[in-house]
Design a protein around this ligand. Structure first.
Ligand code: DHE
Length: 509
């Protein structure tokens, strides 16, 4: 009932907004609300509150200058799914459309603890048996997210056969997060839905809408808490990992009282805390979850030099390495920063060839030193960074900018995709000791090849053919030969229970 009222309210706002706007324009002027409904609503939501694309309202666009927004609509945004509209809309239409995006809504719907609680759906009120209903190595399972038709597949990592395929919320994004025992997995969708799924029983346990436009979710390893980072509203929501009840809403307000979108939240198991970076305010937060009083615990705030968009950690979670999305108006991009979380200070800067995607980087030992390797979304280069000196020790030219780099402790290779440009159907396999390309594969000519995840033992690498008529391809990680091809609908990420829950060095966490 409540959700119907919200939906009706949204439709009303949209129609009312359009009507008011039309009244101020000459009869023959482009009609931005209609243009929006036709070209933008399917990704950004009919209400402009976000979907697969971000919310297009002033609160979300405040770091984007209007001229740049016009350029994005005209030319598209290379590191995202945003296409160019110059072939279908003329300059006046684009300008009026952008003006429409910067118009305030008649009020952004409130989405606080009460609304979150009311959205909660409990599918399994009684505990289910703690015994799997299938036979497989429970630590070598994969969840494959199929964004093509909004499903997920549970895959046996020994036999590479699907165990079960089930529907998910619309537009999942980011890695599903497992409890340490691998029994439960939590999914986050771009429009704020968090779902808890029982892998042993192959059943959805509960769902809740924790935000209107969500970045990602993190889960404490014991499964007691889920933290959700939101663009809209500006907050971090803490949920009970048991039944997704909201426990706390932490407004993302900085030292100076300004509010901010949340870039992302991660769990830092050795610290027993969630680490949060803010997108509009130069601060990193730490929210401890050791005790039971997460609803009251103080948030630790660390001032950083620039707002952090994308970041990752060293294996001990002492250092956070982050990058800032460049301001299109600024002459120079601000570069990366290293934050020492123990000292609560920025201790070094990083020389990156461009901004990496979140969790793109991995680490390994090289010539007696620890290095971090990451592609970036701007140029075809992988940067190798010495984690003692924080200096870039080497760079490797690739065939184009990449989203993801993956390896496994047991493998001598690291795989990096070439997500953008004419070579998006290729993937490089890099020798981790010589830092050179050992082989370039072309799994399916003409179709984007991306995102690799290894089996528990590192012997096989699974890669996505990122297409509605796509596949997950299993490679022998040593011979680099194809072993099996499983048809899937635009499989985006795949996530191995062991590698994720044991924080394997070659993957994201
Ligand atoms: Fe992602 C992870 C942000 C575009 C596929 N991406 C993440 C995470 C964040 C993020 C915050 C970490 C979530 C987590 O695992 O906890 N992504 C962003 C962006 O800011 C960016 C550049 C623009 C945007 O659209 O928001 C972006 N991402 C994309 C895509 O266009 C991709 C390729 C397709 C899609 O689904 O939208 C994409 N992102 C992914 C995937 C992961 C991810 C598959 C998880 C990788 C992993 O192995 O952990």
């Amino acid at each position: 009932m409540f959700r119907s009222i919200v939906a009706l309210w949204m439709v009303y706002s949209f129609v009312a907004g359009a009507t008011t706007l039309f009244a101020t324009l000459p009869a023959n002027a482009p009609k931005p609300a209609a243009l929006y409904a036709h070209h933008c609503a399917s990704c950004h939501g009919t209400d402009r509150l976000g979907g697969t694309g971000p919310a297009l309202i002033p609160q979300s666009l405040r770091r984007l200058k209007r001229d740049h927004a016009i350029a994005v609509v005209t030319k598209g945004r290379p590191a995202t799914q945003m296409p160019a509209f110059e072939a279908v809309l003329d300059a006046d239409q684009i300008e009026s459309l952008v003006g429409y995006m910067y118009r305030p809504l008649f009020g952004v719907p409130k989405w606080g603890e009460r609304e979150i609680a009311r959205s909660r759906i409990v599918h399994q009120p009684a505990p289910l048996p703690a015994k799997p209903v299938f036979d497989a190595d429970l630590m070598n399972l994969f969840i494959v997210v199929e964004t093509g038709d909004h499903h997920a597949t549970l895959l046996d990592g020994d036999t590479f056969t699907p165990i079960h395929r089930f529907p998910t919320r619309f537009a999942l994004h980011g890695g599903p997060k497992y409890t340490r025992d691998g029994r439960f997995v939590f999914f986050a969708s771009r429009d704020g839905w968090i779902s808890k799924y029982d892998i042993y029983n192959l059943k959805m346990v509960a769902e809740v809408r924790a935000g209107i436009n969500t970045r990602n979710a993190a889960v404490s390893p014991d499964g007691r808490f889920v933290a959700v980072g939101n663009y809209l509203p500006h907050n971090v929501v803490i949920l009970s990992g048991e039944d997704l009840r909201p426990l706390r809403v932490v407004p993302a307000t900085g030292f100076d009282g300004r509010s901010s979108r949340v870039s992302a939240v991660y769990t830092a198991p050795p610290r027993d805390s969630f680490i949060v970076a803010l997108k509009d305010i130069p601060e990193v937060w730490e929210i401890p979850y050791r005790g039971d009083d997460i609803a009251r615990v103080d948030v630790r705030r660390i001032a950083v030099e620039h707002c952090l968009d994308d970041f990752f950690f060293d294996q001990k979670y002492r250092h956070l390495m982050g990058a800032t999305r460049p301001d299109p108006e600024a002459a120079e991009a601000p570069g990366g920063q290293v934050v020492d979380l123990d000292r609560g200070a920025v201790v070094a800067s990083l020389d990156l060839a461009g901004m990496p995607h979140l969790g793109s980087g991995i680490k390994w030992d090289w010539k007696g030193r620890r290095i971090l390797a990451t592609p970036n979304l701007k140029t075809g280069k992988v940067s190798f960074i010495d984690m003692d000196t924080w200096k870039t020790t080497a760079e490797l030219e690739t065939l184009g900018p990449g989203f993801f780099m993956r390896s496994h402790r047991a493998s001598r290779y690291a795989w990096v995709d070439v997500f953008f440009g004419p070579h998006r159907d290729k993937v490089h396999v890099i020798d981790k000791q010589t830092l050179t390309i050992a082989k370039t594969l072309q799994p399916e000519p003409g179709k984007t090849a991306a995102h690799v995840e290894f089996t528990k033992d590192g012997k096989y690498a699974l890669l996505s053919v990122w297409d509605l008529d796509g596949a997950v391809i299993v490679y022998d990680a040593e011979t680099l030969r194809e072993v099996k091809r499983l048809p899937m609908k635009k499989p985006s990420g795949k996530y191995n229970v062991f590698n994720k829950t044991r924080f394997e060095e070659g993957t994201s966490h």
